[in-house]
Design a protein around this ligand. Structure first.
Ligand code: ATP
Ligand code: MG
Length: 566
């Protein structure tokens, strides 16, 4: 019998195969992964892929996943980012339990290990400047040049490194480097920097340190301390793997983690670089890190994307070893699938024109039953007040309609959703010729939206009773970057910013059920799209963000026989 039965994973990919084999063949008793963000910005949809992968593998194989902040660069790191990262990982539906860690928790241990390498003659203090180190490093075709300080004695190195820690030297005056091989074909092996001097307070360790470890010196050892079995990262770290292994093999670490690389997520019309996202925020191109146009998790949340849709998207794109660009429409497709199932249907009129039913009693109010979600009978019904004066969409009427326009026109009958059939009898205009009112009659025998004689109008319109309408601000969103490949062909990224990515409609009307919506609740405005109540909503004055339109461009591309571009 198999002594290490690995539960069958839901999905197969090369990483899950590696984990399954390691468990099956007894190399590990259980799997331990980690998600290691640097707290220097908000998480984005690319991080969501990594989160779903690391937490997903741990969950599927009955292991655990740590959240570890890679907080080794105090200049760029802030508590605000730490808090937002924790919130976002939780919101995505993952739980690290007690396993919250900080690389800064290991500073003392890392220091001791640096001393260990110095004693073994495998690390030295270098007095070259950062520029000189870069010049000495060589290129892909030329070997590097050894630093004149490379052969200091162990005692001198120990003394200098201790004094670096004690704060005797200014920023940039010295570094600690691993002594490996300046002629290695892998540039990462050419005596990489392990510690640099930085007189800057750290959000967690305060003034305790003025030397900070490099990513390369901190990451693998942190993994080893936490007994991480599979240290999963993106492809740009592939060339760092030999160095990761070198440190782990040359130090008395408590466990032997291994690094595996996968392709990072790239999306069309989207930039996933924290540096660029920070610029968008600091230069005021967006409303903040959580602007509904931002690809940050908090932006997607504010836009109304459900966590489930993001997780489904991560499952759809899978994990591969080759870089690719995924169409953003595929993310939208995954989100629509969830919202179609879960979003309550509501009436909202974005571009209103008044419709008056001349034969409807003036003071009458009927509470009509309307289905909340035809995809989910359990969502039940609500009542919507119906009166003589209604708002409908201005675009749903044409005075002189072309052949294919089936909605309201003079003399034509349409259905008002879940209410009555109405026929347009007259059009009222102001002095400029703008339509101010549509006069109609209704057929009282069509209550609920069907006629006893079985006749069926070609169009069904949504509506809101004028007397009961709640004024709302609605914000429409489009791609933040107009070009599918922002900054391609040598353009400046910011030239591709879509200046019409946000359209604010200040005077819309929504049905009374939406007077005080729960922030973050996403509903479907019938016929218009999915909309999410914004944090700027106030009771009686809701603000809605358009999450997505109803048209699924990705499904359409698929049905036209196109494969995704992955
Ligand atoms: P940036 O380069 O934009 O500043 P980063 O990748 O350096 O971001 P980290 O906080 O270091 O940001 O990333 C944490 C983890 O998320 C890393 O393991 C990283 O590989 C992974 N990650 C970052 N971007 C992506 C992406 N686009 N797709 C998949 N994983 C990603
Ligand atoms: Mg990084």
């Amino acid at each position: 019998m198999d002594t290490n039965p690995a539960p069958a994973p839901e999905r197969a990919d090369f990483l899950r195969e590696i984990v399954a084999a390691d468990l099956r063949e007894g190399r590990h008793e259980s799997v331990v992964t980690r998600f290691p963000p640097e707290p220097n910005g908000y998480l984005h949809i690319g991080h969501a892929k990594s989160i779903c992968l690391n937490f997903g593998i741990a969950e599927e194989f009955g292991g655990r996943c740590h959240l570890r902040f890679d907080d080794t660069n105090p200049i760029k790191e802030e508590q605000e980012f730490i808090d937002s990262i924790e919130e976002d990982v939780r919101w995505l539906g993952f739980d690290w339990g007690e396993h919250l860690y900080f690389a800064s928790d290991y500073f003392e241990q890392l220091y001791a290990w640096a001393v260990h390498l110095i004693r073994d003659g495998k690390a030295y203090v270098d007095d070259l400047s950062a520029d000189e180190i870069r010049e000495h490093r060589g290129t892909l075709t030329e070997p590097g040049i050894e630093s004149p300080w490379r052969n200091r004695s162990v005692d001198e190195n120990l003394d200098l490194f201790e004094r670096m820690r004690a704060g005797e030297f200014p920023n940039g005056s010295r570094v600690l480097r691993a002594k490996i091989d300046m002629a290695s074909p892998n540039i990462n092996f050419r005596d990489p920097v392990m510690y640099r001097i930085l007189h800057a307070p750290h959000p967690r360790t305060g003034d305790a340190w003025c030397i900070y470890p490099s990513y390369d010196f901190a990451h693998g050892q942190s993994d080893a301390i936490e007994n991480i079995t599979h240290s999963i990262c993106t492809l740009e770290f592939q060339d760092h793997r030999p160095l990761y292994d070198w440190f782990v093999e040359n130090l008395p670490v408590p466990s032997r983690p291994r690094q595996y690389e996968f392709a990072r997520l790239n999306l069309t019309h989207t930039v996933l670089s924290k540096r660029v996202l920070l610029r968008l925020v600091s230069e005021g191109h967006v409303r903040g890190w959580d602007d509904p146009r931002m690809p940050t998790i908090s932006g997607l949340r504010r836009r109304g994307f459900p966590a489930e849709g993001i997780r489904d998207f991560a499952a759809m794109i899978g994990v591969a070893r080759a870089d690719s660009v995924v169409e953003v429409e595929m993310l939208h497709h995954a989100v629509r699938n969830v919202l179609n199932r879960t979003a309550l249907r509501r009436f909202a009129v974005l571009n209103p024109v008044k419709l008056v039913i001349e034969n409807y009693p003036e003071d009458q109010v009927e509470e009509l039953d309307v289905v909340n979600n035809p995809e989910d009978p359990a969502a039940g019904t609500r009542t919507v007040p119906f009166t003589r004066e209604l708002w409908i969409e201005r675009d749903d009427f044409m005075e002189d309609p072309p052949k294919k326009f089936f909605r309201l026109a003079p003399g034509r009958e349409v259905r008002l959703r879940s209410a009555y059939f109405v026929t347009c009898t007259d059009v009222v205009k102001d002095a400029d010729g703008t339509i101010t009112e549509l006069r109609c009659t209704y057929d009282p025998d069509t209550r609920g939206g069907s006629a006893p004689d079985g006749r069926r109008p070609k169009a069904t319109l949504h509506w809101v009773s004028c007397a009961h309408a709640v004024p709302a601000e609605v914000r429409l969103y489009d791609h933040l970057f107009g070009d599918p490949y922002p900054g391609s062909d040598g353009r400046d990224l910011f030239e591709d910013l879509n200046l019409e990515s946000e359209t604010v409609l200040p005077t819309c009307f929504v049905e009374p059920a939406l007077a005080d919506p729960a922030v973050g609740q996403t509903v479907q405005f019938e016929r218009l799209g999915y909309f999410c109540a914004d944090i700027e909503s106030a009771p009686g004055a809701p603000v809605f963000n358009r999450t997505l339109t109803l048209r699924d461009a990705w499904a359409k591309l698929q049905s036209q026989g196109r494969q995704d571009t992955a």
